[in-house]
Structures are given as structure tokens and as C-alpha cells.
Design a protein around this ligand. Sequence first.
Ligand code: RP5
Length: 162
Amino acid sequence: MKKVGIVMGSDSDLPIIKKATDTLKELDIPFEVHIYSAHRTPEEAREFSLNARENGFGAIICAAGMAAHLAGAVAANTTLPVIGIPCKSSVLDGMDALLSTVMMPPGIPVATVAINGGANAALLAAQIIAVEDKALADKLDAKRKTAAAAVLEKDKNVLSQL
Ligand code: RP5
């Protein structure tokens, strides 16, 4: 199975990445995690991206806050799908990172999830890997069924709480 690459701009992004790694673990998807910054360690971020395909990755998740150029900088150096997580890490509550991550110019796409959307980033990466992996697609279906059952259980009980 292809690996998911995870790159975060700083160790202060770890709580958001933890949501992604928990989801990948639950789905038995191999992953690798790095702290590379588009601004502080641009050479390392570039090297990782340039070699990601030949190193067995199928998708890359990038998490960064503030002027969040990491996902775009990684996407500039690979044609693997790149998923950006804008992190809430400044006085602007993540709006800065959201706009920096989502507003990519034509030609270099980044699939941007919600601010702090670690779980969805992992699920999207899993869905990308599952295009060629029926067993993983079945696991994703089962996970959705379980989540739907939990909602319907709440639906059954909601009146009694009012
Ligand atoms: C970004 O700046 C990081 O991704 C982080 O979200 C934010 C703040 O970084 P630290 O100052 O906490 O290292 O590059």
C-alpha cells in the first residue's frame, strides 16, 4: 500500500496532526511524519516533495499556520495529491492560514480541508489511496456506516433529552 506523507510546519501543529495519525492508524494506512517548514527549512521541504513519489507515497498532508505556504510549496515540487490543513495558530484564528492554503494559482492544486481539519485530511488521503485498493475502500464504507448508526442512535434518543 502507498504511504501517506505528513508534513507540519512546526511541532506546535502536533495536536492537529494527531487527529490525522489517529485516523490513519485506525485504517491501517502506513504514514511518515516530518517537521519541515516552507520558510524555516525550505530545502528539506523541497527535497521531501521532489522524492515523495519514488519514496512510495500516494498522498501528502501538509499542516501549517499563519502565512501557511507549506502545502503550496510542497505541491510545487510533486504531482502527488497534496492536502492542506490550515492551522489555527495566530491572532487571526486560522483565517490567515486558510486563505494562504486554499487560494492556489491555477496549475498547482492543493485540496484544502477545514481549519484544524486533521481527521478529514486523513480521510481524504485514505480515499485517494483507496482508488486502487478495494479492501481500504471497504473499510471506509464500514467506518461511514458506523458513524451513521451513531447519529441514528442519537436521533432515537433526542426527544427524551428535551
Ligand atoms: C507555521 O507557523 C507553523 O505551521 C505554525 O502553525 C506557526 C507557528 O509556528 P511556531 O512559532 O509555533 O513554531 O509555520
